[in-house]
Structure formats: structure tokens, C-alpha cells
Design a protein around this ligand. Structure first.
Ligand code: TMP
Length: 239
């Protein structure tokens, strides 16, 4: 696969054009940032581990009836993905209260609500991805109410599939962030990544953090943690 020009460089990934029609190459970097670039570091091997983890997870979702942009893993840090029109939303799904929701509402981390919680944020780095609601999204022309209904339905399905997958790996899926796009037929498609950068993963037996909170909160053993998640998922999926 020939990589052509760099189309976009984000904080943790690069997007390249490629010679396969309607496809892009996603390259995972070792760079880590938190709190919108206030904290930065390189975590050795993170790019390869995240490429491995996101490839396994997106392939699992594809096989379970969720349309994603993932086509195949090309090499240690690269994925071949379908090119879709991105939707400027970040959808956050929460099974356990943690992070910004705990802080904003003055709640203890670890509370398990009876319902699944869905947040939507405007994807705008400049504004710090502010929390919005459906009416804002429609007013801003980001998505229609019908598309939002599909997005919530898909997010719930993805959550059920991922909770079941991580359970087999001894991991509680606390929360995660996903993004969507529209394919050529207007079908809502999962894009971006699903990795310990974008999910909170707690060891079910010990409560140990197995995600980017190790970096955000200076908990140590960041590299080893990403390697551990990749190993556990591989053991579950390649049984
Ligand atoms: P939050 O608690 O900071 O709102 O984060 C909820 C989840 O979303 C957590 O798993 C981390 C993920 N997330 C991202 O992937 N990117 C982001 O920019 C933010 C703020 C959160």
C-alpha cells in the first residue's frame, strides 16, 4: 500500500491519502496529550499498542453488525480505513461515573447508575469540545434528529458489545468516547479509534486503572498498561 500525502495530523494520529480508492491510512503515534495539550509526552510503543487494540476492537464490531471505517491493519502502526464524511460530534457513553461527570456534578468516581448515560460534545478543539445537546447539534447543522437517534442506538449497541468483550478480559468498561461519519450512502458509520486513550478501563478484580488516566494522573506504568490491555484482548479474541 502506497502512502501519499499527509492529509491531517492530530494529537495521537496522522491521516494519509493512499492509492486505494475511497480509503485512507490511519497511523497511530506514540504522542500522548491530556487537558488539551497542557500535558504532553511520548509513550514508547503506545502507537503500536493502540493500533493493535483499535484494530481488534473495530474488527470485532464489524463482525457483530456495527458498520465501522476499519478495513484492515496494514502494519505495526497503520490501519487501512474507509474514507467517510465526519460528523463533528464526540459521543461519550458512561456505565460508571468517573472523570468530568464526577467532577461537574460533585459525585464520587465509581458510582454505578441504573441507566447508561450518553453525552454529546461538539468536536472543536478550539472550544475544548463543549458538552451540547441534541437541539444544539440540530441547530448547528451537525446532524438531524433522525441521525442523532441512529447515533444513540448505535452507541448503545457498541456499548453492549464492548462491555461483553472487556468482561471476558477481566476489565470493567467505565466510559468511552466515539465518533461517527456518513458513508457515501449516508449510512452512519463508526470512525476514529477505540483504545485506552479514549476509554476508561478498570481491572474488575483490583480496580486498577488500565487506561490513559495513568498518564493524566501520573499513576505510572503507562506503557506496560497499554501492553497489558492489548495482551488481554488478544487472548480473548484469538481463543
Ligand atoms: P471525561 O470524563 O473527561 O468526560 O471523558 C470521558 C471518556 O471520554 C473517557 O473515557 C476519556 C474519553 N475522552 C476522549 O477520548 N477524548 C477527550 O477529548 C475527552 C475529554 C474524553
Amino acid at each position: 500500500m502506497k502512502h501519499l500525502e499527509l492529509l491531517h495530523e492530530g494529537k495521537s494520529k496522522q491521516i494519509y491519502a493512499c492509492d486505494k480508492p475511497n480509503c485512507i491510512v490511519v497511523r497511530f503515534k506514540d504522542d500522548a496529550t491530556a487537558f488539551y495539550n497542557i500535558k504532553r509526552a511520548k509513550i514508547e510503543n503506545k502507537g503500536e499498542m493502540n493500533c493493535s487494540i483499535s484494530s481488534m476492537v473495530l474488527d470485532y464490531l464489524n463482525r457483530n453488525g456495527v458498520a465501522t471505517h476499519f478495513v484492515e491493519r496494514l502494519g505495526s502502526n497503520d490501519q487501512l480505513c474507509r474514507k467517510v464524511e465526519t460528523i463533528a460530534l464526540e459521543v461519550i457513553v458512561r456505565n460508571v461515573i468517573a472523570g468530568s461527570m464526577a467532577k461537574r456534578l460533585g459525585l464520587e468516581e465509581g458510582i454505578v447508575p441504573e441507566n447508561t448515560i450518553f453525552d454529546i460534545c461538539l468536536h472543536s478543539e478550539l472550544l475544548g469540545d463543549p458538552l451540547i445537546n441534541d437541539h444544539h447539534a440540530v441547530a448547528l447543522g451537525i446532524a438531524t434528529y433522525e441521525e442523532l437517534a441512529t447515533i444513540y442506538e448505535l452507541s448503545a449497541k457498541i456499548n453492549s458489545l464492548l462491555v461483553a468483550l472487556y468482561k471476558q478480559a477481566g476489565i470493567t468498561l467505565v466510559d468511552f468516547k466515539i465518533e461517527f461519519g456518513r458513508d457515501a450512502d449516508g449510512r452512519i458509520t463508526l470512525v476514529d479509534e477505540l483504545t485506552p486513550d479514549t476509554c476508561r478501563l478498570w481491572d474488575t478484580a483490583t480496580g486498577e486503572r488500565l487506561d490513559k488516566d495513568r498518564f493524566r494522573r501520573d499513576l505510572g506504568r503507562v506503557r506496560e498498561t497499554y501492553e497489558e490491555v492489548a495482551k488481554r484482548l488478544s487472548n480473548v479474541l484469538n481463543k
